[in-house]
Design a protein around this ligand. Structure first.
Ligand SMILES: [Zn+2]
Length: 152
């Protein structure tokens, strides 16, 4: 398995664990500039009563704490769903070099649609973005989760 696929598999495991906690199944992983895994996280908005506790935000906080830095220069973020506008702004502020995401998010996505945060002149830093990495799996996970919650 290619390295970027295996990191996305770990992010998918985080997404599955989030679903088991009753959270929207989104998972993220941050790789350091040297290729070591700095952080991995799943959504915890319900558990933490925190609307900002998206997988990406939790992973960015943990990776910054691990490096003792407010910047994640040279790091890569893997996330199972297209980041929302809030997370995209945090990714830009953290100076993350590369973003790999799975499913696109027509409702809340802020990268390829909606706010398109990285395309704004106000964006301080534009990471390289690669979409559709294990996108079908990430989408299926979300579909199952919302189908179960609707009781269908
Ligand atoms: Zn987000």
């Amino acid at each position: 398995m290619s390295p970027f696929k295996s990191h996305m598999q770990t992010a998918l495991l985080e997404a599955r664990a989030a679903a088991e906690r009753g959270e929207v199944p989104v998972g993220a992983l941050i790789l350091g500039a040297d290729g070591t895994v700095l952080a991995q996280a799943g959504n915890r908005t319900r558990e933490l009563c925190d609307p900002t506790a998206h997988a990406e935000i939790l992973a960015i906080r943990a990776a910054c704490a691990a490096l003792g830095s407010e910047r994640l220069t040279g790091c890569a973020l893997y996330v199972t769903l297209e980041p929302c506008a809030m997370c995209a702004a945090a990714i830009s502020a953290a100076r993350i070099a590369r973003v790999y995401y799975g499913a696109s998010d027509p409702k809340s996505g802020g990268v390829a649609q909606g706010a398109r945060v990285f395309d704004r002149a106000q964006s301080h830093h534009r990471p390289d973005v690669y979409d559709g990495i294990a996108g079908a799996e990430a989408e299926e996970l979300l579909r199952e989760f919302f189908a179960e919650r609707r009781g269908t």
